[in-house]
Ligand binder design. Structure first.
Ligand code: FE2
Ligand code: FE2
Length: 430
C-alpha cells in the first residue's frame, strides 16, 4: 500500500516536471513566433535572454553576438535570477579565440548531436585519451573551451548559425536553479531557439540598414537643394527641421494623434517641404521685386513637383501629401487644391505655420528687413482660423515661449485672451 503511494507520488512529481518543461517550451515557442516582428534589436535580444532565464529557470544566461563593425563577439545581454549578471558589453571575444574557433568549425556536433555543448559532454570527450592521441590541437582547443565555460559559469554553450556556416552568436546558459542537468530534448530546443533568434536579429539588422539607406537618400536630396539654392532654400529647410521637431515633440506630449509613420520620417517630410523648389527658376526665387502672373504660376508648382518625387516611392504617400499641401490655407484659399481645415494633412498644417513664421523672421530677396519675433507671432495670431490651424498656432506660441524666443510678457501683450491652462502648462514644463 505504502509502496503504491510512493510510486504514485513519484509519478505525480514526474508529471509535474514534464508539464513545467512543456510549459516553458511553449512560452519559448510563443516568444520565437513574434521575434521576427520585433525590429528593435536591443529589445529583441533582451527578450530572448529574459525568456531563457525566466522560463527555463536558470541561474543566469547571456548572449554573445557578432558585431560586424567591431569585428568581435560582444556580450549583448546577460541576466540572472539571483543577480549574477555579467555587465553588458563586459565581454568581447575576437573571432580567433577558442569558443568562437570551436563553434565556427562546428565542433559542437562532435560532442552532441544538437551541436550545442554541455560541460558533461566536454568532460566525457576529454577523458577519451585514445581519441586525442591523433588530434592534439583538438584536445587543446577543448581544454580552452572548458576553461571558458568555467569563466562564464556556463553549464552549456549554444551556437546560433545563420545559413549553417556563419556563427552569429553564442548563447551561454548557466546552471538550472534546481541543480538539474540539461536534458537532450532541452538542448535540441535551445538550438532551435538560437537559430530563430539569430534569424530575427539578422532581419532586424537588415531593417536598420535599410533605414540607414533611406535617411541617406533624404540627406542626398537635401544636398541637391543645397547645391541649387544655398543662400535661401537650404537654410530655410534646416530651420524648418529644427522647429518641426520641437512642434512634433510638443504635439506628442499633448497626445495629439500623429500620422502612422516613424517620427523621424514625419520630421523629414516637414524638412523636405520645399524640395520642389529646385525646379523653380532661380531668378524667380531670388527676384527682388514682385512676381509677374507667369512667375507666380511657376513658383506655385513647387508643392506639386516636390510631392511627385515621393509619389514614386510606395509607402511614402503621406510624405508626398504633406509636401503637396504645405501651401494650403485653413480656410480653403491656398494652393494647389484649395483644401480646407482637417482635410489638409496635419504635417502640412504644421509646415504652413512654421513656413510663414520663418519667412517673416528672416530676410528674403523681396524684403530685406525681417519682422521681429513678436510681430511675426502677432501675424500668426491674426491669421488663426484663416491661414492657419488655430490650435497649431497656440502650440507654436508655446514652443517659442519654451525656447525663450519670446517672453511671457510679450506674448501676453499680443495675445491677451490666451487661455490660463495654456499658460500654466508652459510654466510648469520650463
Ligand atoms: Fe513652400
Ligand atoms: Fe518653405
Amino acid at each position: 500500500m505504502l509502496d503504491k503511494k510512493v510510486s504514485r507520488q513519484k509519478t505525480l512529481r514526474k508529471k509535474k516536471k514534464t508539464l513545467s518543461f512543456n510549459e516553458y517550451k511553449r512560452s519559448l515557442e510563443l516568444a520565437t513566433e513574434g521575434m521576427v516582428e520585433i525590429l528593435d534589436i536591443e529589445r529583441l535580444i533582451r527578450l530572448i535572454v529574459y525568456m531563457v532565464v525566466k522560463k527555463a529557470r536558470l541561474i543566469h544566461a547571456g548572449l554573445l553576438l557578432y558585431n560586424a563593425e567591431k569585428k568581435s563577439y560582444i556580450l549583448s545581454s546577460s541576466r540572472g535570477l539571483r543577480g549574477s549578471v555579467i555587465p553588458k558589453e563586459y565581454i568581447r571575444i575576437q573571432p580567433g579565440e577558442p569558443i568562437i574557433k570551436f563553434f565556427q568549425a562546428r565542433r559542437g556536433y562532435l560532442l552532441n548531436k544538437s551541436g550545442a555543448i554541455r560541460v558533461e559532454d566536454l568532460n566525457r570527450f576529454l577523458r577519451n585519451k585514445r581519441l586525442f592521441k591523433k588530434d592534439k590541437p583538438l584536445r587543446e582547443l577543448m581544454l580552452e573551451v572548458k576553461d571558458e565555460m568555467v569563466n562564464y559559469e556556463a553549464a552549456a554553450f549554444v551556437p546560433g548559425y545563420f545559413q549553417t556556416k556563419n556563427l552569429l552568436g553564442v548563447l551561454f546558459l548557466g546552471e538550472k536553479n534546481n541543480g538539474e542537468k540539461f536534458k537532450q530534448e532541452e538542448l535540441d530546443f535551445f538550438m532551435a531557439l538560437a537559430r530563430t533568434a539569430v534569424m530575427a536579429i539578422r532581419s532586424a539588422q537588415l531593417y536598420k540598414n535599410i533605414q540607414k539607406i533611406f535617411y541617406g537618400v533624404i540627406k542626398a536630396m537635401a544636398l541637391s537643394i543645397e547645391k541649387f539654392d544655398p543662400a535661401f532654400t537650404r537654410p530655410h529647410m534646416d530651420r524648418m527641421f529644427k522647429m518641426g521637431s520641437r512642434m512634433i515633440n510638443k504635439l506628442e506630449k499633448r497626445k495629439v494623434e500623429l500620422p502612422d509613420m516613424p517620427k523621424e520620417l514625419f520630421i523629414s517630410s516637414i524638412f523636405l517641404h520645399d524640395i520642389g523648389k529646385q525646379y523653380t527658376p532661380r531668378e524667380i526665387l531670388h527676384k527682388e521685386g514682385s512676381l509677374t502672373k507667369e512667375e507666380w504660376d511657376m513658383l506655385k508648382r513647387h508643392p506639386i513637383d516636390g510631392a511627385e518625387i515621393f509619389e514614386q516611392i510606395e509607402g511614402l504617400e503621406e510624405v508626398a501629401r504633406i509636401i503637396r499641401y504645405h501651401q494650403e490655407k485653413y480656410d480653403g484659399t491656398g494652393y494647389p487644391d484649395g483644401l480646407k481645415a482637417g482635410a489638409i494633412p496635419l504635417g502640412a498644417r504644421i509646415a504652413a505655420v512654421l513656413d510663414a513664421f520663418d519667412a517673416m523672421t528672416n530676410s528674403r530677396p523681396y524684403r530685406k528687413k525681417p519682422f521681429s519675433i513678436k510681430d511675426a507671432v502677432k501675424e500668426l495670431i491674426k491669421e488663426k482660423g484663416r491661414q492657419f490651424d488655430p490650435e497649431l498656432v497656440d502650440v507654436f506660441a508655446e514652443v517659442l515661449l519654451e525656447e525663450g524666443m519670446i517672453s511671457f510678457s510679450e506674448l501676453k501683450e499680443i495675445y491677451p485672451d490666451i487661455s490660463l491652462g495654456f499658460l500654466f502648462d508652459s510654466l510648469i514644463s520650463r
